[in-house]
Write a protein that binds this ligand. Structure first.
Ligand code: NAD
Length: 470
């Protein structure tokens, strides 16, 4: 066995926690630290942990959440690298960044509040209480960041959770759960506030959906898992798919628009659900915009190259419909360029090119760093096409314009959960814009950017004829 720093740290933590509990280690058997083979054991352990946690008060919740933030910040380099090695999609720099931002941008206990009514008849308080055990499903695009973010929100609100991770990102998610539980156990003496299924399957997901001790669901992923959660009789928070369009009109700051489209569309190789997926630009500035893109490390493909890339990027699905080729999801721009038959500089951020609106790269959520640009006669057509290809997901839309009337009209038309003006998509989650972050944006169920309050029950307490001291 190789003795690593991590192994030593784990052994020391285990010995310390046993000393704290006054118990002897169990015959050298290592603890599961939240990682379980079956759903019933995972849920039972999470339910027991939650009952104890609920009685502990807000200070202990703060300490618990701080453990997760600290690990994400201090071990971001290692964990980010391991996530990339396992999932093989995205970019290392962004895998690391997505963990670091968890330290200060995900809302925690401070987000909980009490509302009060005070009058002649006394006083009434509305407070936000935990649900219990929450079942979560996480995507491969941000396996550990979604788990850590959901955990901070849910634990801050006094819940515990059981996770069915994406099978292709399960190893890093299990490692996160072990690290978080070890640190939380050391801090407050409770294990299993997070539990996870070591080898997740669709059956284990269903077993979580159906388990009577699971009081709420939060699923983050594409259309299939969203539909499955919406069919469940339990309250479900569904963070579903997107296909975010960008509109650029003739009043826009063209260079800023190009810079922002590259920043958002290239982030983690376009894996973000909020990331720029297709652009509708008005004809009068179209060529200028295409030119500006090339000043920001984006490489333009011609029609033949786009055709070659399209053949590699889409495969035949059910009923002859083209679907995205999973092998190219989250790959580097240079890999896509190779499929297009062109060599690009190694530091190329994004590929782009002109297509018709009916092109599969416009229609599908490609999740790879090629962004199609569609030439529109005017901004009315651009907004209409943006609405059409957002597919009613009500997820994210972006506009670059200095015309307040146009911006307002597009915001109304799109009716999306996130609407960004004159910035990259990430600005809507506090990166270059104001506000807080979540890796689960609840779209069809309407909660938007999730917070601790999303995972609470409202409880009201009323005092009649007293406690108003005015
Ligand atoms: P995916 O839909 O393939 O998988 C997501 C999760 O759902 C995985 O854990 C998977 O195992 C599980 N799953 C799939 N079908 C299921 C079913 N029928 N029953 C139960 N579980 C099921 O998605 P992905 O490739 O992992 O992630 C990318 C997708 O997620 C994109 O569509 C993206 O837009 C979306 N996403 C949305 C948000 C958001 O906040 N709205 C955030 C991240 C990703």
């Amino acid at each position: 066995m190789t003795v690593t720093d991590e192994l030593v740290r784990n052994v020391v933590q285990e010995v310390l926690s046993h000393m704290r509990n006054g118990k002897a280690p169990t015959n050298g058997q290592s603890r599961a630290w939240g990682v379980f083979a079956d759903v019933d054991s995972a849920v039972t352990a999470a339910a027991k942990a939650q009952r104890e946690f609920e009685g502990r008060g807000l200070d202990e919740r703060r300490k618990t959440v701080a453990c997760i933030r600290k690990i994400c910040l201090e071990q971001a380099d290692t964990l980010g690298r391991e996530e990339l090695e396992e999932t093989k999609i995205g970019r290392l720099v962004h895998k690391i960044e997505k963990l670091k931002v968890i330290a200060d941008r995900i809302p925690g206990v401070e987000f909980l509040r009490t509302e009060a009514f005070s009058g002649e008849n006394g006083i009434t308080l509305t407070e936000y209480a935990p649900f219990g055990v929450i079942g979560i499903i996480t995507p491969v695009t941000h396996s550990l960041p979604t788990l850590a973010c959901n955990a901070i929100n849910m634990l801050a609100a006094g819940n515990s959770l059981v996770c069915n991770p994406h099978p292709a990102g399960a190893r890093i998610a299990c490692k996160g759960v072990r690290l978080f539980n070890q640190a939380i156990h050391q801090a407050i003496g409770i294990d299993n506030l997070l539990t996870i299924i070591e080898t997740p399957t669709l059956e284990s997901a269903k077993a979580i959906f159906d388990h009577r001790e699971v009081k709420m669901l939060c699923v983050t992923g594409g259309p299939a898992v969203g539909r499955a959660a919406l069919r469940s009789p339990k309250r479900a928070i569904v963070a579903g798919p997107g296909n975010p369009p960008v509109v650029v009109d003739e009043t826009a700051d063209i260079d800023n628009a190009a810079r922002c489209i590259v920043a958002g569309g290239a982030y983690d190789n376009n894996l973000l659900c909020i990331g720029e997926k297709e652009v509708f630009a008005v004809a009068s500035i179209f060529d200028e915009l295409m030119e500006a893109m090339t000043r920001h490390k984006a490489v333009r493909l011609d029609a033949k190259q786009i055709e070659a890339l399209t053949k590699a990027a889409f495969v035949g699905g059910e009923k002859g419909k083209l679907v995205v080729n999973k092998d190219l999801i989250g790959q580097d721009a240079a890999v896509l360029a190779d499929k297009a038959g062109v060599r690009v500089p190694a530091d190329t951020e994004l590929l782009f090119g002109e297509t018709q609106e009916s092109h599969p790269f416009v229609e599908e959520e490609q999740m790879m760093p090629f962004v199609p640009f569609v030439r529109c006669r005017d901004v009315d057509q651009a907004i209409a096409l943006a609405k059409k290809y957002e597919h009613g997901f009500k997820h994210t839309a972006i506009i670059h314009s200095r015309n307040v009337d146009t911006i307002t009209r597009m915001g109304r038309e799109m009716d999306t959960s996130l609407f960004v003006q004159n910035g990259p998509s990430m600005a809507s989650l506090g990166s270059g814009g104001e506000g807080y972050l979540s890796f689960s944006i609840a779209t069809p169920t309407g909660e938007g950017v999730t917070t601790p309050l999303t995972f609470t029950r409202q409880r009201r307490t009323t005092t009649v004829g007293g406690m108003r001291v005015l």
